[in-house]
Write a protein that binds this ligand. Structure first.
Ligand code: GAL
Length: 335
């Protein structure tokens, strides 16, 4: 069965004007509820959309859990279409299924706001091309709200490159690292992996990748893999790059268990600026993280929704900046 969070707006007594109350049905499909960052995002989205309500405009929001299964999500989108929702916000389980979802929703005449997982144009081998996705470019009823994953990767690499030893904790001239990756199909994981290292090599450092682990954004899986990495490579590991903070928190547990000390003989970076990770940055247990602005993105997605239902012009892309978080500024990002 599918978990459904339903938010019925409280009936405000009709304003003493002749204006009718218009209620817009908004269907929100999240790739998976069990994801720390997307949980912050979805809660923010719900409360911000509620705050946009007026005496005459109401939002009836239904949020569903795709459980990281594309078939489940496709059914949920079908069901939103059958229910005749006024707009769909979708955090795709698989961006490779963007065409199927976009075509369905566009054919039904329903505006679509894609969030968090950016569909791109891909080459025949499934490698992302640096080109925008035609499903967005060709359809005024479809837009994307997100953050440029390249920026987050670059910031991770720059945080390490700015250290006095540029990440070369053992002083052998090479930065030896392990990469803890999110879902490999996800552009955030691909670009963070690529651009974090690019920033280090651009800063003139020689690097050596000891191992790349696919840990699907998950804390426990990352904890196990980093424990294995530390027993296999020991002191050779100087930097643990994690595509997100949930995995960095798992990595930290294993780093501490192995008797290693972040900031002294090893460095650790993540992305998202989850509350716990920001505290770890302040306490020196993480070298840094990168703010993935859930509030900014949820606000932009809700604002796009409002424009669509009002019939106003909507841009095709809304970009929200990432922010580097290190000990110097972390106190500003404590939630
Ligand atoms: C990323 C975020 C990850 C995870 C992922 C889901 O932007 O950093 O923690 O939530 O989105 O697609």
């Amino acid at each position: 069965t599918t978990t459904t969070e339903e938010t019925k707006t409280e009936e405000t007594p009709a304003a003493e004007t002749t204006d009718e109350v218009k209620t817009y049905k908004v269907g929100v499909a999240i790739y998976q509820f069990d994801d720390n960052f997307m949980t912050l995002y979805r809660n923010e989205l719900k409360s911000y959309m509620e705050s946009l309500q007026t005496d005459t405009v109401k939002y009836d929001i239904t949020i569903v859990d795709g459980k990281n299964d594309m078939a489940t999500q496709t059914e949920q989108i079908n069901s939103f279409i059958t229910q005749g929702v006024d707009l769909i916000i979708c955090n795709l389980v698989q961006t490779s299924s963007a065409d199927t979802i976009v075509n369905k929703v566009v054919d039904a005449g329903i505006p679509l706001v894609l969030i968090n997982r950016e569909p791109l144009a891909y080459d025949a081998d499934g490698k992302p091309l640096d080109e925008a996705y035609e499903g967005i470019l060709n359809n005024p009823g479809v837009c994307y709200v997100g953050a440029d994953a390249r920026q987050s990767g670059t910031y991770q690499g720059e945080i390490v490159a700015a250290l006095p030893d540029k990440g070369d904790a053992n002083g052998d001239g090479v930065v030896s690292y392990v990469m803890i990756e999110g879902d490999p199909e996800n552009i955030d994981a691909q670009y963070r992996t690529e651009y974090s290292i690019k920033a280090l090599t651009d800063a003139g450092k020689e690097v050596e990748c000891l191992y790349e682990y696919l840990d699907n954004w998950d804390q426990t899986t990352a904890q196990q893999d980093v424990a294995n990495a530390l027993s296999q490579y020991g002191d050779k590991i100087e930097v643990v790059f994690c595509n997100n903070d949930a995995m960095a928190l798992g990595a930290l547990q294993s780093i501490q268990q192995a008797g290693r000390t972040v900031g002294k003989d090893i460095y650790l970076v993540g992305v998202d600026a989850l509350a716990e990770a920001v505290q770890d940055v302040l306490d020196g247990n993480m070298t840094g993280t990168v703010l993935n602005d859930d509030v900014g993105q949820a606000t932009a997605a809700a604002d796009a929704t409002k424009l669509y239902v009002e019939g106003s012009a909507v841009e095709q892309y809304y970009w929200v900046d990432y922010v580097k978080v290190t000990k110097d500024n972390a106190s500003q990002y404590v939630k």
